[in-house]
Write a protein that binds this ligand. Structure first.
Ligand SMILES: NC(=O)c1ccc[n+]([C@@H]2O[C@H](COP(=O)([O-])OP(=O)(O)OC[C@H]3O[C@@H](n4cnc5c(N)ncnc54)[C@H](OP(=O)(O)O)[C@@H]3O)[C@@H](O)[C@H]2O)c1
Length: 274
């Protein structure tokens, strides 16, 4: 069972925007056995979110105890003016919005008790997520509550530097997409060597999950794990030499992360100016 207090959300909780990411979190909370009776998902389409009451506009009633912003960062200008007056002095705001800084949230939701940035990744649905947390409000109790809620979905570290929060977003928030691309390249490579597509896909995925299981079980540093596979002057070492070249994987990943961080800065600028 989870460490979330009473395995229950504070009521009312509003999930404002509940698409891929917030929906994956709901799936994870349900799998953790958390009671979602106090939770309402708000999405313009009104499309059902399994396990929670879903409506197409902000509900009437008292201010929410907890609000999670799960829409796209570009929608902040559209959503904030209607949402801000509905928040009370006890409302905790959790924002999933990539790039939107804590200071911007505070400016958009000045009456809220606390604003907490959360940067999850999609394996939250399997409760194997990484969810970074960051707040500039001096409210340890609010941050502890949010961390308990997120810990039901995976590893939920609190960071004290917003630049580190962005770095975790680039590595882990976007990470499943990058890992998926790498595995896709392995699959294509296998096909290029003559393997049937289904077989290439299966062996690449099993290699991914097998390597992850081995890494977790042995706790070996990655370089050592690679050394265990590669015998001197063998076939793996020949392949690693390509990845390890000066224009190889480290350079590629450095450029990939830099592009992600730069886009986050653009989103932050746009949200600040809104
Ligand atoms: N996807 C990821 O891996 C990931 C990782 C980290 C952070 N995030 C962050 O999570 C947020 C959501 O991303 P996503 O991938 O889940 O996007 P998404 O699947 O497009 O979901 C967006 C949600 O926002 C709703 N929405 C649109 N306009 C709205 C409005 N005016 N008021 C209230 N809700 C509105 C949509 O409603 P309908 O369902 O009715 O269309 C939908 O439920 C983004 O801010 C993103 O930066 C995503």
């Amino acid at each position: 069972m989870t460490s979330f207090p009473d395995s229950q959300f504070p009521g009312p909780t509003w999930l404002v925007g509940c698409g891929n990411m917030a929906g994956a979190m709901v799936t994870g909370w349900r799998a953790a056995g958390i009671d979602l009776v106090a939770v309402t998902a708000i999405r313009p389409s009104g499309a059902a979110v399994e396990g929670v009451r879903t409506v197409s506009a902000l509900p009437d009633g008292p201010p929410p105890a907890l609000v999670m912003l799960g829409f796209k960062p570009q929608k902040l200008d559209e959503v904030a003016p209607g949402l801000a007056p509905r928040l009370g002095a006890d409302t905790i705001v959790i924002s999933l919005l990539a790039g939107v800084e804590a200071a911007t949230l505070r400016q958009r939701f000045p009456t809220a008790r606390a604003c907490v940035r959360a940067m999850p990744n999609l394996p939250v649905a399997q409760r194997k997520g990484v969810i970074a947390l960051y707040s500039e409000d001096d409210d340890p109790a609010a941050l502890t509550l949010v961390q308990a809620l997120m810990a039901a979905l995976g590893f939920a570290p609190i960071v004290d530097d917003e630049a580190h929060f962005s770095a975790i977003g680039a590595v882990a928030g976007s990470g499943p997409a990058y890992v998926a691309r790498f595995v896709d390249a392995l699959i294509s490579g296998g096909e290029g060597l003559g393997l049937a597509p289904d077989l290439a896909a299966r062996i690449a995925l099993d290699t991914l999950t097998g390597t992850a299981a081995m890494a977790v079980a042995t706790n070996l540093p990655m370089a050592e794990l690679a050394r265990h596979v590669a015998s001197p002057k063998g076939t793996t070492e020949a392949g690693l030499a390509v990845l390890d070249a000066s224009d190889g994987i480290n350079q590629l990943i450095g450029r990939m992360l830099a592009a992600s961080i730069a886009r986050g800065k653009e989103l932050a600028d746009a949200a600040r100016q809104g």
